[in-house]
Design a protein around this ligand. Structure first.
Ligand code: G
Ligand code: G
Ligand code: MN
Ligand code: NA
Length: 249
């Protein structure tokens, strides 16, 4: 309740921030895009993790305003970095709004941007309740030109056959699989399988949460195309992304 009250005010006062974490090509580490991640430093509560306040926002309906804030910020910032793809996390609750897709398209256009600059990250949770409706909504977003990515891949319980019915473009392999790289042969084989699976389904694959060189080495070996993680960069404010782009060219 305390979180709800503070969060409501934080959204109104613009107390939230959006950080960005680069996504790079595994082979040469060139930056191809970034993921927008909301951050909150509350006057009363200090730093609150999105893992804590996003669920509260979902329960209270504040996620709609929060999501709108993130999209606005992401639009303003991506304009500074032409050619880079902006990934935005969507909550299933946002997608439940029947006007969500139309509204999102309007916002993106109002900044003079094209939907093809955006990748919408969804988790399997979005598919479980009403797959028929979910399929229709995803198809609509895709038709508008948004790229769709399946986040936290490998942690859900959907079958591969089931996932194939949805129009995803990108698989984001969950960081739990990356964390286990090098622990044993099974963990390495598993990562390889997930990357192959993405290839077989004609999807781009991004491995999340890479923290060390050994993980990067294995991901290159199994020809995972894109990676993201603390080894490359933590999520950072927009100004630091701009600096980073200057130094790497
Ligand atoms: O950035 P961090 O690892 O602390 O994020 C924790 C969780 O919060 C992750 O599951 C992430 O997807 C989620 N999250 C971060 N930013 C957003 C956002 O803007 N919208 C939604 N819906 N979830 C977010
Ligand atoms: O659920 P989602 O994949 O959107 O969550 C992304 C979260 O993962 C963000 O909160 C981000 O801060 C976190 N993250 C990004 N890179 C790393 C990493 O290398 N290690 C760990 N432990 N977390 C990471
Ligand atoms: Mn994500
Ligand atoms: Na993830």
């Amino acid at each position: 309740k305390q979180i709800e009250t503070s969060l409501r005010r934080a959204i109104e006062l613009g107390e939230l921030q959006v950080f960005y974490q680069p996504v790079v090509r595994a082979s040469d580490l060139t930056i191809v895009g970034m993921e927008a991640l909301v951050r909150w430093t509350s006057k009363e509560l200090g730093t609150v993790s999105p893992a804590t306040f996003v669920p509260v926002a979902e329960e209270t309906g504040l996620i709609h305003d929060l999501g709108r804030f993130v999209v606005d910020r992401a639009c303003q910032d991506v304009s500074k970095w032409p050619g880079l793809k902006m990934a935005i996390n969507l909550s299933p609750v946002q997608l439940r709004d029947p006007d969500f897709a139309t509204g999102l398209l309007e916002v993106v256009r109002s900044y003079g941007l094209d939907p093809s600059s955006f990748e919408l990250e969804l988790t399997e949770g979005i598919l479980v309740n009403n797959p028929t409706i979910a399929k229709r909504k995803l198809a609509k977003l895709k038709e508008m030109g948004f790229t769709l990515s399946l986040d936290d891949f490998g942690t859900g319980f959907s079958s591969i056959g089931y996932l194939r019915q949805f129009p995803f473009d990108v698989l984001k392999v969950d960081r739990s699989f990356v964390r286990d790289i090098g622990l044993n042969a099974t963990a390495n084989a598993l990562i390889q399988s997930l990357v192959s699976l993405g290839d077989a389904m004609n999807l781009s694959v991004i491995a999340e949460g890479i923290e060390n060189e050994d993980q990067l080495k294995l991901l290159r070996l199994v020809q995972c195309e894109y990676v993201q993680g603390y080894l490359i960069s933590r999520p950072i404010p927009a100004e630091q992304i701009t600096d980073l782009l200057k130094t790497v060219g």
